[in-house]
Design a protein around this ligand. Structure first.
Ligand code: SF4
Ligand code: SF4
Length: 196
C-alpha cells in the first residue's frame, strides 16, 4: 500500500464512521418505543387483524355456524384441524351429520388463513389474543367448540304440496307419441273406416 492508498482508505473509514454515528446520534433524540411488557398489558394495542389463534364465532345465544362440512380441514396444508363428527336423528326421521369435536393444534398452525377464507358459513375467525404461551405442547391442542351443543328449535313442517289439477281429456303433445292404443280404440277406428 502506497501513501496515497493509505490516506484514501483512512478517509473512507472516517466517512463511514461519521455516517454510522449520525444514525446512532439521531436515535438519541427520537421518542422511545420500548414495550415494558407485561407491565403495559392494559395499554397494549394489538392490531385487529393479527392472527394469534383460531376460534369459533358464537352468537349471543350460544350458537355457532359450523356445519361440519370439513372444508377447512381439507384446505389446511399441514393437518392442523381435525373435525370429528357424529350422526344424529332428526325429528323427521332422517339422519344428519353434526359436529362433535373441532380440534385445532395451535402448535402446528402457520396462520395462513386458508381455513377462515374457505369456510362457507363464516364459522371461524382468528383472534388477536397473542398470549398463548403454555408449558406443555399438548396444551396447544384445543377444542374450539367449547360450549355445549344447543339444539335449534325444530323447523315447522312444510305445508303439503297443492294437489295437481284433475287430468283433462286434452293430451299433451309429448304424451301423444307414447299413448297406448286400447283395443276399443282400434275397433272404433275400424268402424269409422267402414262407415266412410
Ligand atoms: S368451520 Fe366452516 S369449513 Fe370448517 S367444518 Fe365448520 S362450516 Fe365447514
Ligand atoms: S391458518 Fe392455515 S395452517 Fe392454521 S389451521 Fe388454518 S389452514 Fe391450517
Amino acid at each position: 500500500m502506497n501513501i496515497k492508498e493509505y490516506f484514501s482508505s483512512l478517509f473512507e473509514g472516517t466517512h463511514s464512521l461519521i455516517k454510522g454515528m449520525e444514525v446512532t446520534g439521531k436515535e438519541l433524540f427520537t421518542k422511545k418505543v420500548t414495550e415494558q411488557y407485561p407491565e403495559n398489558r392494559a395499554e397494549l394495542k394489538i392490531p385487529e387483524r393479527f392472527r394469534a389463534t383460531l376460534q369459533f364465532i358464537y352468537d349471543d345465544e350460544g350458537y355457532h355456524k359450523c356445519i361440519a362440512c370439513k372444508t377447512c380441514e381439507r384446505n389446511c396444508p399441514n393437518g392442523t384441524i381435525q373435525i370429528i363428527t357424529r350422526m344424529v336423528d332428526l325429528p323427521n326421521g332422517k339422519k344428519k351429520m353434526k359436529l362433535d369435536k373441532y380440534m385445532y393444534d395451535l402448535g402446528s398452525c402457520t396462520f395462513c388463513g386458508l381455513c377462515v377464507s374457505t369456510c362457507p358459513t363464516d364459522a371461524i375467525e382468528f383472534s388477536n389474543d397473542f398470549e398463548q404461551a403454555v408449558f406443555r405442547r399438548e396444551a396447544l391442542l384445543k377444542q374450539l367448540n367449547y360450549l355445549p351443543e344447543k339444539e335449534k328449535p325444530a323447523l315447522a313442517l312444510k305445508p303439503a304440496p297443492a294437489t295437481k289439477p284433475e287430468a283433462t281429456d286434452k293430451v299433451a303433445p309429448q304424451d301423444e307419441a307414447t299413448k297406448v292404443i286400447e283395443p276399443k280404440d282400434v275397433q272404433t277406428n275400424v268402424e269409422q273406416k267402414e262407415t266412410e
